[in-house]
Ligand binder design. Structure first.
Ligand SMILES: *[C@@H]1O[C@H](CO)[C@@H](O)[C@H](O)[C@H]1NC(C)=O
Ligand SMILES: *[C@@H]1O[C@H](CO)[C@@H](O)[C@H](O)[C@H]1NC(C)=O
Ligand SMILES: *[C@@H]1O[C@H](CO)[C@@H](O)[C@H](O)[C@H]1NC(C)=O
Ligand SMILES: *[C@@H]1O[C@H](CO)[C@@H](O)[C@H](O)[C@H]1NC(C)=O
Length: 436
């Protein structure tokens, strides 16, 4: 661990280009003072005689790494080190941070407190700081007091990942503006309405909010209410229902992941009409997707519905979508493809329909479609494939037909789709591609 920290220090020094200043690693385990005294070293940082050996010259000191027996941080723990830029504490004994610990550190840019025994963040802990990075992951934090984070205008990233949070309340993140907000891997099941309305985006890139691996059961529009959130990760929660309007208070939302939930249906009016570009719905129990579910999503380019239970492909999907799409429906239970199945799919899109149960592809299946980038139909149950099935469709890269029951035609695999650059079929010679 010690080596890791020293290495990290060296790497960070290099990366941040602070070679002109001394970088000091303050490893309190190595001090001869024992646990109690070690705590006081930090408490009395400015007055204690170890100041020069441990904390270094106060004028030069820009970084402190503490790994040791420090049970608490106090208001004067970092006193008189005004040039301090980075604090890193990896210390299983740390239990408490007193409000005011980080005040009087106008240059503080990064605070990293991970793998500690912190269970609570008190009101006033992170207040009026210029800090851009606050890493508080992998602790045991279950309580965030009102005002624990306040007036933080420059945060690039706030991570509370992998703690024991069960609920989020309003008033904890007052006047916090940030870029990346990670609350993943907790046990959050309750979020008070307005909690996220209190945070704002730090710049034009908006906020990426991650709540993956929690116990959230629904998307409540009064909770998910923020004009700056551009990406939302709700993967691996317990969401079972999507309702029209669930995302209506997230006007800038561009990317959403609902992978690994308990969704069964996707109604119209959740995503349709929005500015969303990427929707991930993989690993749910979805068997029904309304015909209008993806209507009028002008900017949509990525849809992943893999690993669900979809039985029917609807030729109504993607009405009004304008950009080329990457559509992934791998590992579902689709049995048949209707006529004009892909009529709304824009030119140059990719279609992954592998590992389904498709048997029949009717003559008009590709009606109304000019071109694709890629078509993957491998590992289905297709028996016959007529060579005029895709006669008007150009495929820029390849058509993958492996794992079906299609025999190798005399003209080789490529004769199955004349407009494709390459066709892949088991035990069958193709253009630019040879099975031996
Ligand atoms: C801090 O230092 C002062 C004077 O150097 C000393 O009297 C006091 O006991 C120290 N505080 C702790 C908690 O050790
Ligand atoms: C989630 O947190 C636990 C500890 O709380 C940790 O062991 C695990 O690696 C974390 N998982 C992820 C995906 O971060
Ligand atoms: C947010 O900041 C404004 C001034 O910029 C202040 O008036 C207001 O009280 C602050 N709110 C909170 C919750 O701190
Ligand atoms: C979600 O859960 C699945 C299955 O348990 C796992 O494979 C995946 O890594 C998880 N993803 C995250 C982001 O935790």
């Amino acid at each position: 661990m010690k080596t890791t920290i020293i290495l990290l220090t060296i790497i960070l020094t290099f990366v941040l280009g602070t070679t002109h200043s001394a970088t000091i690693t303050c490893d309190l385990i190595a001090t001869p003072y024992g646990n109690t005294l070690a705590t006081n070293i930090l408490r009395n940082a400015s007055t204690h005689h170890t100041k020069t050996s441990c904390l270094g010259n106060t004028d030069q000191n820009k970084r402190i790494t503490v790994q040791g027996q420090v049970e608490a941080l106090y208001e004067d723990s970092f006193k008189d080190i005004p040039k301090l830029r980075e604090i890193e504490i990896v210390d299983a004994t740390l239990k408490e941070i007193q409000p005011g610990t980080f005040k009087d550190l106008p240059r503080l840019k990064s605070v990293s407190l991970e793998d500690t025994n912190l269970r609570e963040l008190k009101s006033g802990t992170f207040v009026n700081l210029e800090t851009s990075l606050l890493y508080l992951g992998r602790n045991s934090i279950s309580v965030l007091r009102e005002g624990a984070f306040q007036n933080l205008w420059n945060l690039r990233e706030l991570s509370l990942e992998s703690n024991d949070l069960r609920e989020l309340k309003r008033g904890v993140f007052g006047n916090v503006s940030l870029g990346i907000f990670s609350l993943g891997n907790n046990s959050i099941s309750t979020i008070e309405a307005g909690t996220f309305a209190e945070v704002s985006g730090r710049d034009k890139f908006g906020i990426g909010l991650s709540l993956f691996k929690n116990d959230i059961e629904e998307i409540d529009a009064s909770v998910f209410d923020n004009k700056d959130i551009v990406s939302l990760d709700l993967g691996n929660n317990s969401i079972s229902v999507l309702r029209p309007g669930d995302l209506r208070n997230l006007p800038k939302l561009s990317s959403i992941s609902l992978s690994g939930n308990k969704l069964r249906e996707v109604p119209e009016g959740v995503f349709s009409g929005s500015k969303i570009t990427s929707v991930v719905l993989s690993c749910n129990e979805i068997s029904f997707i309304a015909g209008g579910a993806f209507d009028d999503m002008k900017d949509l380019y990525f849809v992943d519905v893999s690993n669900n239970r979809v039985k029917e492909w609807s030729n109504n999907w993607f009405r009004g979508v304008e950009s080329r799409l990457s559509i992934i429906f791998s590992y579902n239970s689709i049995e048949a493809i209707p006529a004009d199945a892909f009529k709304n799919v824009p030119e140059s899109s990719s279609l992954d329909l592998d590992h389904n149960r498709i048997q029949d592809i009717p003559d008009g299946a590709f009606g109304g479609m000019k071109g694709l980038r890629r078509l993957v139909l491998s590992y289905n149950k297709i028996r016959t494939w007529k060579s005029d099935l895709m006669r008007n469709v150009q495929v820029a890269t390849f058509v993958d037909l492996r794992g079906n029951e299609i025999g190798c035609p005399e003209g080789g695999a490529n004769s199955l789709v004349p407009g494709a650059k390459m066709v892949i079929l088991d035990n069958c010679r193709g253009k630019g591609f040879k099975f031996t």
